[in-house]
Write a protein that binds this ligand. Structure first.
Ligand SMILES: [Zn+2]
Ligand SMILES: [Zn+2]
Length: 206
């Protein structure tokens, strides 16, 4: 299966409150082009209450680059809904991820299944188990089938080193599509997939 090392589908910016000041939109673009990325997604953390979004979109869209995908990373809430203002859903590239623990496997699965079936979600971000549970083979197969039938992409995330190899095996067998995500929170992390070389090799080779 092809994985393009010149594409990074998950990059944060300084519009959030926990990334360095120099992670500006223009510095991201300079860095991405310097290291030879052909396509990349800027996907800042959004919440329903985020008020900086128009400025963020302006800054990216005014660059008029066809190699930049404009999007957001948004949290999957316990009821499976996505913590993103509705006006941006469907019009931008949306990564849906769990942030924080639900501590209940059935609740977690139900929320994830709802997010996967949401037509406005493009990617499931850093998908992996919580410390108190893992999924068995049947659960992984069912999850993979749902991901495939809803045409979602599972990112291979460098920050989390997820999905686990055991999950990746089942996903790959079921025909799940993958792409690479640095989940960069600093300039040097952009397009850097060194830490997930083992997962990349697995997807490409076996
Ligand atoms: Zn995340
Ligand atoms: Zn992220």
């Amino acid at each position: 299966m092809e994985l393009n090392l010149n594409e990074d589908y998950h990059i944060h910016s300084n519009f959030n409150d926990h990334s360095p000041e120099n992670l500006s939109i223009s510095n991201i673009v300079t860095q991405a082009e310097k290291i030879g990325l052909k396509k990349f997604a800027i996907t800042e953390h959004v919440r329903k209450t985020s008020d900086w979004v128009p400025q963020y979109l302006d800054q990216i869209e005014s660059l008029k680059r066809e190699n930049i995908i404009v999007g957001f990373e948004a949290k999957i809430l316990p009821d499976g809904s996505i913590n993103c203002p509705q006006e941006y859903m469907g019009n931008y590239f949306i990564i849906a991820s769990f942030h924080g623990l639900l501590k209940d496997k059935q609740l977690w699965l139900k929320a994830l299944e709802t997010a996967i079936q949401n037509p406005d979600v493009n990617v499931i971000g850093h998908l992996g188990p919580e410390p108190t549970f893992d999924l068995n083979e049947d659960e992984l197969n069912n999850l993979a089938k749902l991901i495939v039938s809803n045409e979602k992409i599972v990112e291979i995330n460098a920050k989390y080193h997820w999905p686990l190899l055991s999950w990746l095996k089942v996903f790959k067998k079921n025909g799940v599509k993958f792409h690479l995500s640095s989940d960069a929170h600093s300039l040097t992390e952009i397009g850097n997939f060194e830490k997930i070389k083992d997962l990349i090799d697995f997807v490409k080779n076996e």
